[in-house]
Design a protein around this ligand. Sequence first.
Ligand SMILES: *Cc1c(COP(=O)(O)O)cnc(C)c1O
Length: 366
Amino acid sequence: MSIYDLALPNITAIQAYQPGKPIEELERELGISNIIKLASNENPLGPSPAVLSAMADACRDVSRYPDGNGFALKAALAKKHQLNINQVTLGNGSNDVLELLARSFVSSSDEVIFSQFAFAVYPLLIQAIGAIPVISPARDYGHDLDAMKRLITNKTKLIFIANPNNPTGTALAPEEIKDFIESISSKIIVILDEAYVEYTTQTVNTIDWLDTYPNLVITRTFSKAYGLAALRVGYSLSHIDVADIINRIRQPFNVNSFALAAAVVALMDNDYIVKTRELNDAGMQQFKLGFRSLGIDFIPSKGNFICVNVETDAGHVFEALLQQGVITRPIGSYNLPQHLRISIGQTSENERCLSALAKILELNYD
Ligand SMILES: *Cc1c(COP(=O)(O)O)cnc(C)c1O
């Protein structure tokens, strides 16, 4: 008998999420410094001084529990998005909110639809509940809403849409998503995961749809464009009733005081978002030009990362890049064994990544 036999079979079947390799780990392994990490879609600008000072101020109250209701941050988000404060739910990263939603609405006999190549956290959450994953084939690496619609049955309880999607960077036009929601049963919860929305040029405000569709939930995060990945803070915007339901199983203090304080300040710092977008647009252009001159194919991306087809085992290329002190992300676990996902970094980091890639693939690059 093994302890594994005691655990739930749906849990032992799970392959744990593989995070990007931490810089310190590679330092330890190779004994080198000057490592760059382009592996976790983090903001290369680093934190703004205003955020650091808000966190320092929060230190004074470290012996107190955080505000379990997250009032100040929820009020700031409600104001920014012109919603009722009771439509906002905070999470320990948006992953936390995704889990609250899945646990609140999905039972083991329910089906959950998501796309091939969609964010890896969705199947993990579904497996943890023991629900039935229904994977819709991708179209051009992105979500195919028509295919998703055809997979709906009377057991479908939840549909995940990542827009833009990670790891592929593909994005749907908001109008297409709206038509999709309009066309399906309001008994199906639709989670629109907008972790990268700040990077897009999308002008339609999807939040306006919440009035019309009580089954729609929008999730966003401070981990990406807002540059607060380490703090773990994200949120959902939804109908008040959805927020009330998921709030019942939320851990009472799921967002810590530093994260709350930092996020309030970050939300007001529009300059930081503007700078972030400018740097990302320039870096995206730099990578695209670089890949084109190297003659390697990539998936056009709307996020702060880009997937390149190295036309060989991407795991080997990933390892070779590590030797050069460059951390990227192989995505073999998504069944894309020849693709590497590269986060957009600072100009000099992007340059280093491109020339290391050229050297490894023995391509001419100037
Ligand atoms: C990074 C990411 C998230 C957000 O994760 P956090 O838990 O908020 O750090 C959510 N969805 C997608 C698609 C992501 O790539």
